[in-house]
Ligand binder design. Structure first.
Ligand code: ZN
Ligand code: ZN
Length: 438
């Protein structure tokens, strides 16, 4: 059913050519769709969910979940920001616990964050909170990130009304949405989803119930912080991390795959430090890194890219680059994670994975796996390959894809692994690309 072609050539072209090509191609694509629409009733091939900055955007490194002395972290905001910058973070979210006994979302909190913004002008510093989601009495946590123009107004009110176990999560999501011009102004991420669960599927039903209200919650923190801790992630109960990632993301056919199979575009290729102190945690961007392709180097750009799914993440400085693209006849520009396109399922589609090793994988062979539902109609391992230490690119071609649980589409996601003899492997995950097969 599939054909495999290996190549070690470098995939990255000149930025100029790619940007120009992208614009021309999108225009041509629009013209092709227009002609098809007007001439026949055959299925239209084209992009249905686009990441418009997929070529012209820029990659940044981010940590979306950290704590300071405004809750139970050890560092001041200015010291944390300095550490983050020294470690290579371009963007950092301060997400102190919003318990009423803590000092997150107070005037002093925003003043300290604004001071850090002034002293570190090249850093994108998001002022967020880590919310105790009702009714779980502190058991379940969500990072709440909002646009800078709204943070000092919305977050204190949010804390006052919904940091309260009698409050309802659905009401909080509705309340927050009413205060936004659009969903682009906020991103909510379900943190360390399996940490306190007995059954991995609990986080799936929780996520689905929140997303039935609106789509402010974009998905999961796929890899929790506290990576120095024993147990990793401070997963002290029944469920443990799998090679440093939450089982939601790490189990093939698990929660994330099930949601994707059912047609839900939720993201989990996100790794954070959850920095509190040096005993439990690596510093921001020292070990866990989320690589975000942003439309502009602004906080709004970060929020927009997180919402669009244009990011991937690694642990242990595994990879510097992980570019997953999909091309198919009729698509003049390859798709990237976060994007969906309608294709003709009888035509071949080509997946290309181009990576560059970081310090954690220099000179190492890497295992690359392609996970998706397009072969069996349910999530499975579609392909895997061992990349030699000098190999950076692999292509896989598929024909006759079938749709998954939603009876409409198929998705692809990528896992890259470096085997570690005496501990958990180091892993990077991509977000999915989706194809509508009719
Ligand atoms: Zn937490
Ligand atoms: Zn936290």
């Amino acid at each position: 059913m599939t054909e495999t072609a290996l190549t070690s050539s470098d995939h990255y072209g000149s930025e100029h050519t790619r940007v120009a090509g992208r614009w021309i191609s999108r225009l041509m694509l629009t013209a092709v769709i227009g002609v098809t629409l007007s001439c026949s009733k055959t299925p239209v091939v084209g992009v249905t969910t686009e990441v418009p900055w997929s070529v012209a955007g820029q990659w940044i490194i981010a940590d979306t979940h950290t704590h300071t002395r405004f809750s139970d972290g050890n560092l001041s905001i200015s010291d944390l920001v300095a550490r983050a910058q020294a470690n290579g973070c371009d963007a950092l979210a301060i997400t102190d616990h919003s318990d009423v006994s803590e000092k997150a979302a107070t005037p002093a909190y925003f003043a300290a964050i604004n001071e850090a913004r002034a002293t570190h002008p090249s850093m994108l510093i998001l002022a967020g909170i880590e919310w105790n989601i009702p009714p779980y009495a502190g058991r379940e946590h969500m990072s709440v990130l909002v646009a800078p123009t709204l943070e000092a107004k919305i977050l204190p009110q949010f804390k006052q009304q919904f940091e309260n176990n009698k409050a309802k999560a659905d009401d909080a999501l509705r309340w927050l949405r009413q205060r936004l011009d659009s969903e682009q102004q906020a991103v909510l991420i379900y943190n360390h989803p399996s940490r306190n669960h007995t059954d991995v599927h609990q986080s799936e039903s929780e996520l689905l119930s929140w997303r039935s209200v609106n789509h402010l919650v974009i998905g999961f923190e796929g890899a929790p912080g506290h990576q120095k801790n024993d147990p990793i992630g401070a997963y002290k109960h029944e469920l443990k991390t799998v090679d440093r990632w939450d089982p939601v993301a790490a189990n093939m056919g698990g929660v994330w795959d099930h949601l994707l199979d059912q047609g839900h575009d939720v993201w989990a290729a996100l790794a954070t430090s959850d920095y509190h102190n040096d005993k439990m945690d690596y510093g921001p961007c020292a070990f866990a890194r989320t690589h975000i392709l942003v439309p502009q180097r602004t906080i709004l750009g970060v929020l927009r890219a997180l919402r669009a799914g244009s990011f991937w993440a690694d642990e242990g400085r595994l990879l510097r680059k992980l570019h997953v693209t999909l091309s198919a006849p009729g698509l003049l520009v390859p798709l990237v994670p976060g994007e969906t396109a309608r294709i003709d399922p009888k035509q071949p589609v080509k997946l290309t994975i181009a990576l560059q090793r970081d310090a954690g994988a220099e000179g190492s062979a890497l295992n690359v796996e392609l996970i998706g539902n397009g072969a069996l109609g349910k999530p499975s391992l579609l392909h895997q390959a061992q990349l030699k230490p000098d190999q950076q690119t692999i292509n896989w071609t598929f024909r006759n894809l079938v749709s998954g649980g939603d009876k409409l589409s198929a998705y692809f996601r990528v896992r890259v692994r470096k085997s570690v003899a005496d501990g958990p492997d180091l892993i990077a995950y991509s977000n999915p690309i989706r194809l509508i097969l009719r």
